[in-house]
Design a protein around this ligand. Structure first.
Ligand SMILES: Cc1cc2nc3c(=O)[nH]c(=O)nc-3n(C[C@H](O)[C@H](O)[C@H](O)COP(=O)(O)OP(=O)(O)OC[C@H]3O[C@@H](n4cnc5c(N)ncnc54)[C@H](O)[C@@H]3O)c2cc1C
Length: 453
């Protein structure tokens, strides 16, 4: 049999493409389509089930398409067309039609009301349900050829590792990116596209957690800060941070390279959470920009400010008031809210020593040190975690090889490339899935249009 459409990859992008193709095919042909969905895993959507910590942040509710597209960085312009066809509002509407209600949380992140990624997958599968769509699991595609026999329209021939062969008039590639190969998206789809003449950009993990040098950070594992100030500093070798000598003072020649704000999470190796993931790409650039300095002993310091709205003067006043009210108390008790004891493992030695003193005996100089120290927990950047730990990995099909009005390959007519396969910067916050939905929706429609001729 020659199928109308073969979809390789039963992740979010492939599933929505199959569902949309089935839906639009029904109007316009006097027969049913034959859509084949192939996946190497034993079931669909393995990565989708992990999204948003199992809650699935399925889109980001931005109303302005230009603004939405701009969130994807330089390549974002290409997305204006697919997002005009399938916006975050359309996403919410589609899922509502499929029986899944959603809610909007902080930073416009959209989640299912029941906080379950499994419900999102179930809704998607219901979208594809019907005799027109056949699912074949355990079929990792290892070879693709496109043949154009004399006088007959071109078809795509697929062969799986098991030796099964499939043939289709159009092909939707949705095999995912390079991140988390354990979920099935192991990059093998890119080899298939290479065999069809596509160029692939080298993977480079993008949204990754950060490891720090201070081993003591382990004791903060699980602590999260809802709204922290984050600064990245270039610190010269002389600033012996962590030793009593430095007195917790930041040397004047330390340079602020980057400032961010947002939610972060301490992990057993360092830092994670949305603000850190979004910073990780920039840190990668800074690593390269300052490679020469780092080889001379400079360090990148990540400074975390748990109360970014509290200015230096207010902090100073707060410390003075607390000391005046509790002169007999140890400073660490009198100032527990400014210097929570849970941070003590990563605290500067000099600051820790001052906090052991009595509130009534705090000198002006030590108070100055405390005011500075209250502004930040300082950790030394060690490395970005590997692509295997990434939420989203950079790399994939360069955007200039795809016509985004149809998500079609510019060199292979009837071939569509969607979702994580595209080399597009995707920030954390539901943007990655929004790209899957929009590109899959457009590709599903375009494949049917291609079949109509
Ligand atoms: C831990 C984690 C949390 C995340 N949280 C969010 C979030 O909350 N919000 C958000 O927007 N994004 C999130 N993401 C990103 C999001 O999961 C991806 O953008 C999305 O899953 C990509 O969908 P896809 O369909 O392109 O590819 P995938 O979901 O990777 O699916 C690809 C499918 O193709 C199959 N496949 C691969 N190669 C072959 C082959 N050769 N033959 C046959 N089948 C093949 C795989 O088995 C897989 O099922 C998260 C990612 C991770 C890892």
């Amino acid at each position: 049999v020659i199928h109308d459409i073969a979809v390789v990859g039963a992740g979010p992008a492939g599933l929505i493409a199959a569902g949309r193709a089935r839906e639009v095919f029904r109007t316009g042909f006097d027969r049913s389509p034959s859509i084949l969905v192939l996946d190497g895993n034993s079931g669909p959507g393995r990565k989708l089930l992990l999204t948003g910590g199992g809650r699935c942040n399925l889109t980001n509710l931005q109303s302005d398409v230009q603004h939405l597209a701009s969130r994807y960085g330089r390549e974002g312009r290409a997305l204006i067309s697919p997002f005009s066809r399938f916006s975050p509002h359309d996403c919410i509407e589609l899922f509502s039609r499929l029986g899944l209600e959603t809610k909007v949380e902080a930073e416009s992140r959209v989640f299912p009301c029941d906080d379950s990624a499994a419900s999102v997958l179930a809704a998607l599968l219901s979208y594809c349900e019907g005799p027109e769509v056949e699912f074949r699991y355990g079929e990792t595609i290892a070879g693709i050829e496109s043949a154009e026999p004399d006088g007959r329209p071109r078809t795509y021939h697929l062969e799986s590792r098991r030796g099964h062969r499939f043939e289709a008039r159009t092909l939707i590639m949705a095999t995912g990116g390079f991140a988390r190969p354990d979920t099935g998206s192991d990059g093998s789809g890119f080899e298939l596209l290479t065999s069809l003449g596509h160029r692939i950009n080298r993977p480079d993990a993008m949204l990754v957690p950060l490891a720090v040098r201070e081993k003591a950070v382990t004791s903060l594992m699980g602590v999260s800060l809802q709204d922290a100030g984050i600064r990245v500093l270039l610190s010269p070798p002389s600033s012996d941070h962590g030793s009593a000598k430095s007195g917790g003072l930041r040397p004047a020649d330390e340079r602020v390279l980057e400032k961010r704000r947002g939610k972060l999470l301490f992990t057993h190796f360092g830092l994670s959470g949305p603000a850190i993931l979004n910073l990780s790409g920039r840190i990668g650039e800074l690593e390269q920009e300052y490679a020469a300095e780092r080889s001379r002993g400079y360090r990148l310091i990540i400074e975390i400010n748990p109360s970014p709205d509290l200015g230096e003067e207010e902090t100073d006043r707060l410390i003075r008031d607390r000391c005046a009210a509790n002169p007999k108390k140890r400073l660490r008790n009198a100032l527990e809210d400014l210097f929570p004891s849970r941070y003590s493992p990563v605290r500067d030695d000099a600051v820790a020593a001052i906090l052991e003193g009595r509130a009534g005996e705090l000198t002006r100089e030590d108070r100055r040190i405390l005011v500075r120290a209250a502004k930040g927990i300082r950790l030394t950047f060690a490395r970005r975690m590997s692509p295997e730990d990434a939420i989203v990995a950079r790399g994939g099909v360069p955007i200039d090889q795809v016509d985004f009005r149809r998500m079609e390959s510019k060199t292979n007519p009837g071939l569509y490339i969607i979702g994580d396969m595209l080399d597009i910067n995707r920030p954390s916050g539901g943007y990655s899935l929004q790209l899957c939905w929009a590109s899959g929706w457009v590709a599903g429609e375009a494949a049917v249009q291609f079949l109509r001729g």
